[in-house]
Design a protein around this ligand. Sequence first.
Ligand SMILES: Nc1ncnc2c1ncn2[C@@H]1O[C@H](COP(=O)(O)OP(=O)(O)OP(=O)(O)O)[C@@H](O)[C@H]1O
Ligand SMILES: O=P(O)(O)OC[C@H]1O[C@H](OP(=O)(O)OP(=O)(O)O)[C@H](O)[C@@H]1O
Length: 221
Amino acid sequence: MAAPEKLVLALPKGRILDEVMPLVRAAGIEPEAAFDDPKSRQLEFATNVPGLSIIRVRAFDAATFVAFGAAHLGVVGNDVLTEFNYADLYSPLDLKIGHCRLSLAMPVEEADDDPRAHSHIRVATKYPNLTRAYFAGLGVQAECIKLNGAMELAPSLGLSKRIVDLVSTGGTLKANGLKEVSVIADVSSRLVVNRPAFKTRPAALSHWIERFREAVGGAAA
Ligand SMILES: Nc1ncnc2c1ncn2[C@@H]1O[C@H](COP(=O)(O)OP(=O)(O)OP(=O)(O)O)[C@@H](O)[C@H]1O
Ligand SMILES: O=P(O)(O)OC[C@H]1O[C@H](OP(=O)(O)OP(=O)(O)O)[C@H](O)[C@@H]1O
């Protein structure tokens, strides 16, 4: 019998991996031992499923690998999905993990400065597209300064009074003298599939969507 055509599952290596792995395992996928070895520099891992491998990449890159078909399935937050808006990413399933929100925050003492009072504002964010679209909806032009982390430093160091960032407990905002002034989007992690691959290999990909759907149902029970 011919070997099954390879399938690649892209997982985010950051903070949500610990929440993702119980679902991956409940779906019936067990990576090789090196996956759990913190000293391993390996990036692609074989699994107990013949022909299915896992790659562990940065959260934004998981979306890119799947959008371009280098990976066939992945786990991506809807913050990242909306920011990229890749036409070839299909997201059939909310995994109900990685819950947080994308919010606008400002220094506590300036939190009542309504952006609509300005025609142009500056915002530090990892999400320039989402941020520009949000402010455009308010009739305000946002100049976005792209940061990849530690956005909360921007107001106190004079980079920008406003930031758009993920908030979960609110602890990071509070520790940096900031206040959440509006929620732009609620965020959770989604299972994503490369659309062209779904068209050419519907049985294989539907199988995994259903396995993950059952895993999410089992986790919720
Ligand atoms: N505080 C949080 N609580 C819950 N989920 C979060 C939180 N922050 C981020 N997430 C979710 O996890 C995803 C990855 O988070 P983040 O971009 O902060 O990655 P990271 O762990 O810093 O890794 P990297 O630096 O590689 O991007 C986000 O896109 C979002 O969907
Ligand atoms: O509301 P909280 O529970 O404090 O969580 C919010 C923080 O979590 C994320 O950062 P992360 O820890 O991933 O680090 P990063 O800034 O390097 O992305 C996010 O960018 C906030 O800084």
